[in-house]
Design a protein around this ligand. Sequence first.
Ligand SMILES: NC(=O)C1=CN([C@@H]2O[C@H](COP(=O)(O)OP(=O)(O)OC[C@H]3O[C@@H](n4cnc5c(N)ncnc54)[C@H](OP(=O)(O)O)[C@@H]3O)[C@@H](O)[C@H]2O)C=CC1
Ligand SMILES: O=C1O[C@H](COP(=O)(O)O)[C@@H](O)[C@H](O)[C@H]1O
Length: 524
Amino acid sequence: MPSSSEMSSSSDSLVDSTELKNAPLRIDKDVDSVLDNGCLSIVVLGASGDLAKKKTFPALFHLFKQGFLTTNEVHIFGYARSKITDEDLRDRISSYLSPGEVSTESSESLSKFLKLIKYVSGSYDHEDGFLLLNDEISKHETTKNSQEGTSRRLFYLALPPSVYPSVSKMIRTCCMNQSHLGGWTRIVVEKPFGKDLKSSEELSAQLGELFDEPQIYRIDHYLGKELVQNLLVLRFANRFFLPLWNRDNIANIQIVFREDFGTEGRGGYFDEYGIIRDIIQNHLLQVLCLVAMEKPVSLKPEHIRDEKVKVLQSVVPIKDEDVVLGQYQGYTDDPTVSDNSNTPTFATVVMHIHNERWEGVPFILKAGKALNSKKAEIRVQFKDVPGDIFKCQKQGRNEFVIRLQPSEAMYMKLTVKKPGLNMSTIQSELDLSYSQRYQDVIIPEAYERLILDTVRGDQQHFVRRDELKAAWEIFTPLLHRIDDGEVNPISYKPGSRGPAEADELLSKAGYRQTHGYIWIPPSL
Ligand SMILES: NC(=O)C1=CN([C@@H]2O[C@H](COP(=O)(O)OP(=O)(O)OC[C@H]3O[C@@H](n4cnc5c(N)ncnc54)[C@H](OP(=O)(O)O)[C@@H]3O)[C@@H](O)[C@H]2O)C=CC1
Ligand SMILES: O=C1O[C@H](COP(=O)(O)O)[C@@H](O)[C@H](O)[C@H]1O
């Protein structure tokens, strides 16, 4: 049966907001007790937009193809202001659903999936459209589910955060699950959750007045990536990492995101946010949490998220000298970007965690657009071997690299004897490349995995409200200094490594680059 916090009806009056603000977070949901079958309505709000066509609908389609969403239970609703028909929406998204696939089987499943989609047009701040939406959902529930009288409603807000409050209010007023035998209503919200601590807290308070924490899924799609999900297993299921994963052995840790293209049609959005809000404050910081956190008591979502919050709360305030910002040349040519914009498209930030495990170990978070490559990775660099008798230090330090994308892999860079008669050393690696080791496995898209979690009611890979607050606490002072023009970006060439000053900061933080060694992903 559903938890009481997830069940409510449109006839419920909204509770006094001051009471809610002071109430403790209700995070005691017992996942096992929540309804996980019966009629499921998935509503994509902002269905006409970029995220919906590129990520949300394709993820739903993949889940459908694998049998996680079935025609006898599921209906999908697109909602937006654009006056388009069901067919228009289907046409818009079709080419993103199965690009390149031409088999009869795949075109049959595509057409079955498209038939599940209905479009409703309406505004984001008036009841009319949402009442219409509710009628459509109820019709679907009546046809699919009249016997059981249960229903599950998932609202995915693929919308600019500015409309989250009004849309959430409309859902709460007009569209809550009303079945008499249980079910649930959940909402999924996209990043960015606010622009700084204050605006994020305001947004959280507004959502918190309407929905309980177990109903809110703050998505950070990096938490759905295969190798990010592997971090806990790697760290806590392998004996040889346990004694090494600390300040005694690790010199520094880099968490890097690079893109080899610019803002590409999203300049207007990006200029308001910049690379720290777009990537570092959320995606890279979430990865940092999983790399740095202590072992959770169990795999229960609350135990894991408790440990993540502790790490965030132990981060030392960031100083200006620990930051290098960049902006690629040509960024302001985009007509939606202001000519004198000082928004960073690149940032390297050196962070420190004040606790027993990590005191003195720099965590270097780096993200940039329009760089010379596209990749995301975690690079753990170990300290030099004390009393080195092989003079191997010059060749490079041990590194453990987790390649999140592309070509998922993890490899351990180590020194070995150079094969042959001489006793000399070279750098080599122990390599676990997924394309080679797991040839028959299709790695699911992050969104696919996370949407399935929302249906299953598993919040482990979603950001809890206190986590979000702690994340904004770390970056808000720096962001305000950037917004006020006190810290400015250095110009860099598109297709480069970013500003040279960033590499200087890296070596100042203690990172030692291995010269003459490049890891090449194995080909089959
Ligand atoms: N696109 C991406 O790759 C990613 C996006 N996100 C996040 O997902 C959310 C949606 O992103 P995306 O799809 O790119 O956004 P879009 O700009 O494409 O907006 C989605 C839809 O919202 C409506 N909309 C746009 N602007 C406004 C406005 N000012 N007021 C009211 N409605 C508006 C439009 O629909 P209509 O006019 O028909 O109502 C539009 O089709 C955002 O929070 C974004 O930050 C997160 C990660 C990646
Ligand atoms: O959230 C975002 O992520 C994408 C990069 O996602 P990835 O899964 O391809 O690494 C980034 O391009 C975008 O600016 C940002 O909003």
